[in-house]
Design a binder for this molecule. Structure first.
Ligand code: PEP
Length: 251
């Protein structure tokens, strides 16, 4: 009942030509897949180039962030509604790299989420603990706090059509993946938290993606877990064959 979503986070990689070539390769290779939604999230400056090579039928376009306010005096930011002009439908929010390097707090992430929702975008809200937090047995407290810290600040629609991405920070870009059991435990925990915040029906319909060194070799086992509804893919999304193999595993 939850259609899996595989989203590629290209981060700050590639020149315009690389982005076009990657998008073109993904578009061709996923055409035969069904039962899985696929999205690629290039850097802002490549959105138009990528949009121009996607047919819009197989691969959705996502951004890696959006502003916490509408158009106006926010130098260096991109308003959610501006993304609509480039065919963007999804937006990654609260990625651990944004939290760690740019000081993004739950408060600012909630404001970005609200803007995304108001513009009709599908937010992909990232949560996850650091290694030190896991080793201190703080994983559930941290992740539960991040979920509540955003959800409780949202007005009206709540999480709306958003997607959660559980991304243990220690697994991002490290080659060290959560085991299928660790991932399923946290996804089930997140769904329980959501049930308390938004009711069982909404929580059981909400997609929860896993992110953190997902590769073709481990995707099948992770995606087979009952509460894992897709993946947010960093490094492996920069290789069309690897990314498409993960998409195929989600079918
Ligand atoms: C990410 O940055 O969202 C991510 C999951 O990266 P990687 O797949 O490279 O660990």
């Amino acid at each position: 009942m939850r259609t899996p979503l595989i989203a590629g986070n290209w981060k700050m990689n590639g020149r315009r030509g690389d982005a076009e070539a990657l998008a073109r390769a993904v578009e061709v290779k996923v055409a035969a897949l069904s039962g899985v939604e696929i999205c690629v999230c290039p850097p802002f400056v490549h959105l138009q180039a990528v949009q121009s090579v996607l047919s819009g039928e197989h691969v959705a376009l996502g951004a890696q962030n959006c502003a916490d306010a509408g158009p106006g005096a926010r130098t260096g930011e991109i308003a959610a509604e501006m993304l609509l002009d480039y065919g963007v439908s999804h937006v990654i929010l609260g990625h651990s790299e944004r939290r760690a390097h740019y000081g993004e707090t739950d408060e600012v992430i909630a404001a970005r989420y609200q803007e995304a929702q108001n513009a009709g975008l599908i937010p992909i809200l990232c949560v996850g603990e650091t290694l030190a937090e896991r080793e201190a047995d703080q994983t559930e407290a941290i992740v539960g706090g991040q979920i509540r810290g955003v959800t409780e600040r949202l007005e009206g629609t709540g999480l709306g059509n958003g997607v959660i991405a559980y991304e243990p920070v220690w697994a991002i870009g490290t080659g060290r993946t959560a085991t299928a059991d660790q991932a399923e435990h946290m996804h089930a925990f997140i769904r329980e938290q959501l049930a308390m915040l938004e009711g069982h029906a909404n929580a059981s319909a909400r997609r929860i993606l896993y992110g953190g060194s997902m590769k073709p070799a481990n995707a099948g086992e992770l995606l087979a877990q009952p509460d894992v509804d897709g993946g947010l893919i960093g490094g492996a999304s920069l290789d069309a064959d690897d990314f498409v193999a993960i998409c195929a595993a989600a079918q």
